[in-house]
Design a protein around this ligand. Structure first.
Ligand code: RBF
Length: 166
C-alpha cells in the first residue's frame, strides 16, 4: 500500500506502546509549528498506551540542538526506548537552511547508531510558513503524530528483531 502520510494511520497497524518509554525533544524556533507537532506526538503516544510517566518532554532553542539533546537523553536514561526529535526550518527565511538540515539529519543518524535506539527525524524542512502550517495540523496532517507512530513501530521492530520474532 502506498503511504505518504501516517497522520491518518490505521490504528490496527500501530503497536501498543504499553511499557515503552519515549522521549520527545522539540525546538522552540518556529514554536507555532513545533508545539502543535510535539502535542500531536504526545497525544498519539498516550493514545497507544504509553503512560505519562514514560513520556519525557524537553525543549531546546533551535533545531540544531536536537542532536545534542537526543544524545543527552539517551545517555542519561537507560530505559528510554526511542527519542522523537521535532523542529522546523523554513528555507525562504534562513540561509542557514542547508547547514542546519544537514547537521540535524546526519547528527540524529549518528545518535541513533551510537545508542542503538530509534531516533525519529520529525524535522520539517519547508519552502515557506504555509507549507509548515499544512504539516503541523493542517491539510497535510501533523508530522508530530507521524513521528510518534514511527517511534512505536521502530521500538516494536527492535524488540521483535532482538527476540527473533520476525
Ligand atoms: N532553528 C530552527 O529550528 N529553525 C530555523 O529556521 C532556524 N533558523 C536560523 C537562522 C539563523 C540565521 C540562525 C543563526 C539560527 C537559526 N536557527 C533555526 C537556530 C539554530 O537551530 C540554533 O538554535 C542556533 O544556531 C544556535 O546553535
Amino acid at each position: 500500500m502506498k503511504k505518504t502520510n501516517l497522520s491518518e494511520h490505521n490504528a490496527a497497524e500501530v503497536p501498543s506502546g504499553k511499557g515503552f518509554r519515549i522521549g520527545i525533544v522539540a525546538a522552540e524556533w518556529n514554536s507555532e509549528i513545533t508545539h502543535p507537532m510535539a502535542q500531536g506526538a504526545y497525544d498519539t503516544l498516550m493514545q497507544y498506551g504509553v503512560t505519562a510517566d514514560d513520556i519525557r518532554v524537553v525543549h531546546v532553542p533551535g533545531s540544531y540542538e536536537l542532536t545534542t539533546a537526543a544524545d543527552l537523553m539517551l545517555r542519561n536514561d537507560s530505559h528510554l526506548d526511542a527519542v522523537i526529535c521535532i523542529g522546523c526550518v523554513i528555507q525562504g527565511e534562513t540561509r542557514h537552511f542547508d547547514f542546519i538540515c544537514e547537521a540535524v539529519s546526519q547528527g540524529l543518524t549518528n545518535v541513533s547508531l551510537k545508542h542503538e535506539k530509534p531516533v525519529i527525524f520529525s524535522l520539517l524542512t519547508t519552502n515557506d510558513m504555509q507549507q509548515a502550517l499544512d504539516r503541523s495540523g493542517g491539510k497535510h496532517g501533523n508530522k508530530g503524530i507521524e513521528g510518534a507512530v514511527t517511534a512505536l513501530k521502530m521500538v516494536q521492530l527492535q524488540h521483535d528483531l532482538e527476540h527473533n520474532k520476525q
